[in-house]
Design a binder for this molecule. Sequence first.
Ligand SMILES: Nc1ncnc2c1ncn2[C@@H]1O[C@H](COP(=O)(O)OP(=O)(O)OP(=O)(O)O)[C@@H](O)[C@H]1O
Length: 381
Amino acid sequence: MTMTAIEAAGLGKRFQRRGMWALRDCAFRLPAGRVCAVVGPNGAGKSTLMGLAAGLIAPSEGTVTVLGRHPADARPRIGFVDQTKPLYPQLTVAETLRMGADLNPGSWDAATAERIVAGGDLNPKARIRSLSGGQRTRVVLAVALAKRPELLLLDEPMADLDPLARRELLGILMATAAEHGTTIVLSSHVLAELEDCCDFLLLIHGGRVRLAGDIDELLAAHRLVVRPAPEAGAPADAGPHADPDANVHLNANAHAHAQTEADGGTGTGAGTETGTRTGSGACGGMGPHTVVEARTTGRQLTALIRPAGPLPDDWQAGEPTLEELVLAHLRTPAAPSLTLDPVPMTDPGPAPDPGGAPASTSTATSSTSKSTSATSEETVA
Ligand SMILES: Nc1ncnc2c1ncn2[C@@H]1O[C@H](COP(=O)(O)OP(=O)(O)OP(=O)(O)O)[C@@H](O)[C@H]1O
């Protein structure tokens, strides 16, 4: 089995020649066997990324490989459920499953398909056109899972399911991933749902990858700190948006300037930041740490930071939850992005850079750099 499920390098897509970029400078590597959450606001580029990975649309620039191949060549090994959930309306539920079996000889898991359909009390003789939206979703998921794909791309699959059905089908998805090593890429706006089942995160905003990596490592690379607000007269202190100069600088450089830095002694290995780190002046005494978001309430300042060293004793600091991490980045789109690229376990990676720093559990990649070498970027342990 291929060890890398999806690898994107400089990936970009725009739908019209002179139109807006739906996705730009997208670079990440998703190891096989992971359950990856794709999050971002409406119009961020999540469906575009899914369509590119499924081989349904072609990149305007850059590359994406799926299971080590061009997406079109990997298609028989991919299951894709997009937001439109296409089915033949004139077929019955049973005929739909039979067609799935006919189209996937040798790999069709009839028991799983029937279990999913039966879980919704669906009449096998019911025509697809007579089903509710949630019932159709159940049939689409039954077909996608029964195909036993190595990679399952699910674009907001749970949106029209009731809470019990969501829980049941997520459980089946996770059991499938565990049993067969299926890689699942799941986009959703329900963060709580993703927190329970995903171990890898891709946060997309404005067509750019803002966060990418193992969720535990991303959480460990951040701290939610509470500390006394700076004295009156001290520099403004509200994160990257607070300092107009810093903001201009961020906007001007957000995607043209890659910067690596320490992971703050969190033991998670190095990552690559893009954008400009907010300095102590811009953030009112936040020291060398990267400030993702900072807010002052009365005499208290709360900030999500990426530590660049030990934190002062009078700061209360804890690891953020996934929801806190994601929401802070969504509220502050100008914050530097961070990509943590896991070290391949058995993939023959590129030759190590003789002058580079040793990698720990992660190596650095840049989401904007044209270089795709995982080890040639500077890492600072
Ligand atoms: N076929 C298309 N033609 C033109 N523009 C498109 C097309 N598909 C998507 N876009 C544009 O690309 C951008 C990204 O859209 P995309 O559907 O990937 O976002 P999304 O993150 O999936 O959003 P949502 O959460 O609302 O589903 C949007 O600005 C959208 O208008």
